[in-house]
Ligand binder design. Structure first.
Ligand code: HEC
Ligand code: HEC
Length: 302
């Protein structure tokens, strides 16, 4: 990922710049690199070999995210890396090994030159763009039900609101710019607005595995919790229907109902696209382990 926040000068200097890696940063995707090697290759320590080689643009701040087998973000490196022209870096283990000896780079597939370098410097970025990539899916697979033309859109969710607000369509605002919970079902906490990195009820910034939109598209919880782990109101948006004694601050969004579009809708499932070999022949990748339970106060989920 390359950081593209404005740097307090230049033609875009008036736009909001860096705020936080947790959500508000602007990044563009330089590329995706498959880490698991076919045939279960191991490095010199006997661990799965996840080494890679990449040509990265010089003099450019960049950083990493790790992705799961569905292409959803697992975690984000929150520090910048940069290279001068011609510089080669194989010292990741210097920090990531902490007090242990890092894996010997020469023992890895990348160190032996057994993997081809991925050229991130001379190719198109892989960004996702609302009008090009998201809106056509909403129109094809979602607006038969989630429509302003319906008197009672399911979950008060409308995906065909094309009226412009500040230059962007209402449907985009509902996804990406609704921390104030102007649309859809409101959160049950006292402020009735979305907390932390929730851009809206449906999207948690940089955390697709915790975004209601992705839960409904994948048809299951993706965050390692179960519905029972945190209290949920029985009437969506109504704090008085939380389980007796439960704090609204601990409430989360569950996966309920069906995958979207619903299987009986006659609309084609989105899963065929998900499984398309666009990422270059993934081999079996271990599912992420269940995250350690943290105190709800430390890890609010709504
Ligand atoms: C200067 C020390 C340092 C070096 C060198 C370094 N990292 Fe990191 N890296 C960090 C720190 C610190 C974090 C955790 C950042 C945070 O969560 O705030 C991190 C996090 C990450 C993450 C996110 C996963 C996680 O466990 O949080 C990835 C992926 C990553 N680094 C990749 C790399 C790669 C690839 C290299 C070599 C090109 C590298 N790092 C070199 C310090 C370093
Ligand atoms: C055949 C009608 C239909 C279609 C098509 C449809 N939905 Fe839904 N959607 C529903 C119904 C009914 C619910 C409420 C029950 C449930 O959650 O399963 C719902 C609920 C949702 C929710 C949860 C809303 C909330 O606030 O809890 C999301 C998110 C969602 N749909 C997204 C989508 C997306 C994205 C698409 C297109 C890929 C889509 N839906 C297509 C009928 C539909």
């Amino acid at each position: 990922m390359e950081g593209v926040a404005h740097r307090s000068y230049g033609p875009r200097a008036s736009e909001p710049g860096f705020r936080a890696h947790t959500g508000f940063e602007r990044l563009r995707v330089l590329g995706e690199i498959l880490l698991r090697k076919p045939g279960g290759a191991v490095d010199g320590d006997g661990n799965p070999d996840t080494s890679f080689l990449a040509r990265i643009p010089a003099d450019t701040p960049s950083t990493f995210k790790t992705l799961d087998q569905d292409g959803l973000v697992l975690n984000t490196a929150q520090t910048w890396h940069q290279l001068r022209p011609g510089e080669v870096r194989t010292d990741c283990g210097g920090c990531h090994g902490h007090s242990q000896r890092p894996a010997d780079f020469a023992s890895t597939a990348a160190g032996r030159g057994a993997v081809a370098p991925v050229d991130l410097a001379n190719r198109a970025v892989l960004d996702v763009e609302y009008y090009r990539d998201i809106k056509p899916i909403l129109q094809r697979s979602c607006v038969t039900c989630h429509s302003a033309k319906s008197g009672t859109p399911p979950a008060r969710l409308i995906w065909d609101d094309t009226a412009l607000i500040d230059g962007f369509e209402g449907a985009w605002h509902r996804l990406a710019n609704d921390q104030q919970a102007r649309w859809g079902i409101k959160p049950v906490i006292a402020s009735r607005t979305w907390r932390q990195t929730n851009a809206s009820r449906y999207v948690r910034m940089f955390q697709s595995r915790r975004s209601l939109l992705m839960l409904k598209i994948m048809g299951r919880r993706l965050d390692g919790w179960s519905n029972e782990d945190h209290p949920t109101e029985s009437t969506p948006g109504d704090a008085s229907t939380l389980p007796r004694g439960a704090s609204a601050n601990d409430a989360d969004l569950d996966f309920t109902g069906t995958i979207m579009p619903p299987p009986d809708s006659g609309l084609p499932a989105l899963s065929a696209e998900k499984n398309a070999p666009s990422r270059g022949g993934s081999t079996s990748v271990a599912r992420s382990p269940r995250p350690t339970r943290r105190s709800p106060a430390g890890m609010p989920t709504s």
